[in-house]
Design a binder for this molecule. Structure first.
Ligand code: NAD
Length: 427
């Protein structure tokens, strides 16, 4: 992303690079170097194997036709089919979708799933579209990408501004194209269409487990700990609830309109009750602070659970948290990561912290393939085992190799697909 330089006093300060694909590639390179892989492995893994751009015509409710742009990136399928969500957002770009697909590969490696990473996105603003327009767009997207997706090829799921209803339309469209029922084509479905118990809350449950493990390392008692959560959507709202139920004090939450702050703790159940389906609630209150002000409040645990590039070189020095756990994808830039780590803040990176969603998506796919469905306790127990083991693996790698948690997570995440690509004779 190109930005003008900023002149401060005598010196011209170069703006920070906020391109998430470029930062991901930087850390992948560092991880492969640390692991001793040669250059061709980096050349293979720095970009997705496949990237499809589609144009989707949609008949709008007023009779006009609008053409939407969509993407599907498949990063690497050496380990198994690719897997990853579909984002509906006006700011979706090809480069962001590519980066998101690489993060999915890393997540699958970190929690040891038989998948590579994929990701999709459509440039649109679902908040301005009707239910029927969204249905036509979702179905049109599936028709456009149907050749390259499937239960053993590439399996979509929800992401920002997409939900189980959208997954249901996509599943229905795919089943009509293929002329057979195919629940394993997509995850994050409603229960009655083959969804998994525990999927809706899986990302937040996973983040909660990562907070618990990180707090143990820092000797912080979760009871009474001050927590700040940015974003009140699927990830952020359930997380706030779980932290509240664990006895923590959620002192601030936010959404795209602003933030609410109460040093004595917010009434999370009330806010959950009032939030709309797009994760907005703060617009109902007059007494708001900005997202930026919220991020700089003093707390024990800060959880960015909204969008990219929220903690940058600009505000990293002002973050006053003991632990930062990234529920969102890419909320902290590389420069900011360095600043936080130097300041002694424990940063649990996105590719580890938010891997609970893809873990339970995998459980959903396994249940679909078996046609046998597990009780919620079983899903939760397996999620806990997987996430805690992944945390310990990354934490120990960071300690033993003398690197930060982000680089350690990339080292753990990249290894399996690098090995699989080598065994297949690709590099
Ligand atoms: P969502 O659409 O349900 O909610 C997004 C929230 O972020 C909303 O409250 C919205 O108002 C807020 N938001 C949007 N733009 C913002 C801005 N500029 N500043 C502050 N807040 C803003 O999305 P979600 O599913 O909760 O995903 C949130 C993050 O978590 C994303 O980075 C996503 O990739 C990541 N994630 C989600 C899952 C999942 O299963 N839902 C899994 C892994 C990672």
């Amino acid at each position: 992303m190109e930005q003008p330089s900023v002149t401060t006093g005598q010196k011209t300060k170069q703006p920070e690079n906020l391109d998430v694909l470029a930062s991901t590639q930087t850390v992948i390179k560092q991880a492969l170097n640390k692991l001793g892989y040669p250059e061709p492995v980096y050349e293979l893994l720095k970009e997705p194997l496949r990237m499809l751009t589609v144009r989707i015509p949609v008949r709008m409710d007023d009779g006009s036709v609008k053409i939407f742009t969509g993407y599907r990136a498949q990063h690497n399928d050496a380990v198994g089919p690719t897997k990853g969500g579909v984002r509906f957002h006006p700011d979706v770009t090809a480069s962001e979708v590519k980066a998101l697909s690489i993060w999915m590969s890393l997540k699958a490696g970190i929690v040891d799933l038989p998948y590579g990473g994929g990701k999709g996105g459509i440039v649109c603003d679902p908040r301005t579209m009707s239910f029927r327009e969204l249905e036509r767009l979702s179905r049109g997207y599936v028709r456009a990408i149907s050749q390259i997706v499937g239960p053993s090829k590439d399996i979509p799921a929800p992401d920002i501004f997409t939900n189980s209803q959208i997954m249901a339309w996509m599943l229905d469209e795919y089943s009509s194209i293929r002329e057979f029922d195919s629940p394993g084509f997509i995850t994050g479905k409603p229960l009655v269409l083959g969804g998994s118990r525990g999927r809706e809350t899986a990302t937040a449950k996973g983040v909660t487990l990562m907070i618990r493990e990180a707090a143990k390392k820092r000797g912080i008692d979760l009871k009474g700990a001050r927590v700040i959560v940015q974003g009140f959507g699927n990830a952020g709202s359930y997380l706030s609830k779980f932290m509240h139920d664990a006895g923590a004090k959620v002192i601030a939450i936010s959404d795209m309109h602003g933030a609410l702050y109460n040093p004595d703790g917010l009434d999370i159940d009330y806010l959950l009750d009032r939030r709309d389906s797009h994760g907005s609630v703060t617009n109902l209150f007059e007494d708001r602070i900005t997202n930026r002000e919220m991020l700089e409040l003093e707390c024990d645990i800060l959880v960015p659970a909204a969008v990219e590039n929220q903690i940058t070189a600009d505000n990293a020095h002002n973050i006053r948290a003991n632990i930062v756990v990234e529920a969102a994808n890419g909320p902290t830039t590389l420069e900011a990561t360095k600043i936080l780590v130097e300041r002694g803040i424990l940063l649990v990176p996105d590719v580890l912290a938010s891997a609970g969603g893809v873990t339970v998506s995998y459980f959903e796919w396994v249940q679909n393939n078996q046609g046998y469905y597990w009780p919620e306790e079983e899903v939760e127990q397996k999620l806990e085992e997987t996430m805690v083991q992944a945390f310990e693996n990354v934490y120990q790698t960071a300690q033993s190799r003398g690197v930060d948690m982000r680089l350690a997570a990339y080292m753990v995440g990249v290894r399996k697909m690098a090995e699989a690509s080598r065994f297949r004779g690709w590099v």
